[in-house]
Design a protein around this ligand. Structure first.
Ligand SMILES: Cc1cc2nc3c(=O)[nH]c(=O)nc-3n(C[C@H](O)[C@H](O)[C@H](O)COP(=O)(O)O)c2cc1C
Length: 153
């Protein structure tokens, strides 16, 4: 691991599944690079690699949801984080709800944010999508999962 990678490892993140819906197609991918960005309006950012299928879908649909994985959902993080929805339907056999934007909301998480894209920012090999939160919920009994490299890689 390079010095830069080691230093980046000191930035603490949660683990999230970013979902979206374009037409009849739903998809989700695991992300750690999620952050709050503004109080008013309530904005958050997600940094998504330009090669991800989710990148294409969110760019086209203008909507996404951030599902905050709980500390019992490492398996869900692996499920959505290691294969692309371009080739498989990661939602096959998985139950979900939809709220305002139609993006899938997963069960048993610590909470979710349903968002509409209000801006994007080019960031090297990633794009930062800025989402305005249009709906959110917390499930107090479930604790958010802290991203630890060794849990996934
Ligand atoms: C723990 C974990 C965190 C990840 N964080 C991000 C992230 O913040 N941004 C990103 O673009 N990809 C991230 N990934 C990789 C994507 O989840 C992965 O490439 C996924 O297969 C993309 O799916 P898609 O092609 O269906 O969109 C992460 C993967 C894991 C396992």
């Amino acid at each position: 691991m390079s010095g830069f990678e080691k230093a980046f490892g000191k930035i603490l993140n949660g683990v999230f599944v970013i979902t979206t819906k374009k037409g009849d197609r739903v998809n989700g991918m695991t992300a750690a690079w999620v952050s709050r960005a503004s109080f008013k309006p309530p904005l958050l950012t997600v940094s998504i690699g330009k090669t991800r299928y989710s990148h294409e879908l969110i760019k086209d649909s203008g909507v996404f949801a951030v599902n905050v994985l709980s500390d019992k959902q490492i398996a869900e993080g692996k499920h959505f984080g290691f294969k692309s929805g371009r080739k498989t339907d990661k939602f096959e056999g998985i139950e979900y709800e939809t709220h305002k934007t139609g993006s899938p909301i997963l069960p048993d998480t610590a909470g979710y944010f349903d968002c509409r894209v209000v801006n994007t920012c080019d960031a090297g090999d990633h794009t930062i999508f800025i989402g305005e939160v249009v709906d959110a919920e917390v499930y107090e009994d479930n604790h958010p999962l802290l991203h630890r490299h060794e849990d996934f890689f």
